[in-house]
Design a protein around this ligand. Structure first.
Ligand code: CA
Ligand code: CA
Length: 244
């Protein structure tokens, strides 16, 4: 009984101490001057800034650009002007930028191919992706890219692979070397070798267009002829890697 009574006697004393401590802290806080608080905040901000910018962390800014497939004149519409630009692009694709070529790859297979031509011409007839999709299904009994697929985010801080041009071009008949006339391209790109052959084709079309554009002098002609013979030999030996 004596112990219980003693505990009862002590309880108010402990509460009293706690209340006293709190009042002391409150008193101290009240006494802090505004200038000191502001100074403390400034110091914290400076330390945080130093830590943020000097810690060994690699920060990469990811930036991308939204592009509208098939909208070559960037007026946010699909119209006849886009069709005219696309036709010019098909005649000499290498005079146009990588972004332009990506906008032409509507089926997103990383090639400029016959299906891109078919889809884009169909799109320009409707100028409306919903209508184009429905009409394509009605007439072709096949699927057309969905409207949301006609918009793509392209990273602007890194290199983007240009789609490979694989459309049959009659210009190869006037090529200054022989192997391209014998180059047998597969119907579909299924294997790694198929892809390499089409990459060679793309490069050869680029070379012929550039070659026809420029008149070479005698020394340049001789040099070019030697290179063309070298290419013919590479093709005969099937050393496709050495073309690239
Ligand atoms: Ca347009
Ligand atoms: Ca394509």
């Amino acid at each position: 009984m004596t112990a219980v009574r003693a505990a009862r006697d002590l309880r108010p004393v402990a509460c009293g101490d706690r209340r006293q401590s709190l009042s002391v802290i409150c008193h101290m806080l009240k006494n802090m001057k505004k200038k000191r608080i502001v100074l403390l905040i400034i110091i914290i901000v400076i330390i945080a800034g130093i830590l943020y910018y000097h810690l060994p962390i690699k920060r990469v800014g990811i930036k991308s650009e939204l592009i509208m497939i098939g909208d070559f004149d960037n007026n946010n519409k699909w119209d006849n002007n886009d069709l005219q630009l696309f036709e010019k692009f098909l005649k000499n694709p290498f005079e146009y930028s990588n972004i332009f070529a990506i906008k032409a790859d509507i089926n997103k297979n990383n090639y400029i191919d016959d299906e891109d031509i078919k889809f884009l011409i169909h799109l320009y007839k409707s100028n409306d992706p919903y209508e184009a999709s429905q009409k394509y299904y009605d007439t072709e009994k096949s699927i057309f890219p969905r409207p949301r697929e006609l918009f793509r985010y392209i990273p602007i801080t890194e290199y983007i692979q240009r789609p490979i041009y694989i459309i049959k071009n009659q210009i190869i008949h006037n090529a200054p070397f022989e192997f391209i006339k014998q180059l047998e391209l597969p119907q579909e790109i299924l294997s790694y070798k198929d892809k390499i052959l089409y990459e060679i084709y793309d490069e050869v079309i680029r070379l012929i267009l550039a070659y026809n554009k420029r008149k070479l002098n005698k020394i340049e002609q001789e040099y070019a002829q030697n290179k063309f013979k070298y290419c013919d030999n590479l093709y005969k030996k099937q050393e496709y890697y050495n073309f690239t």
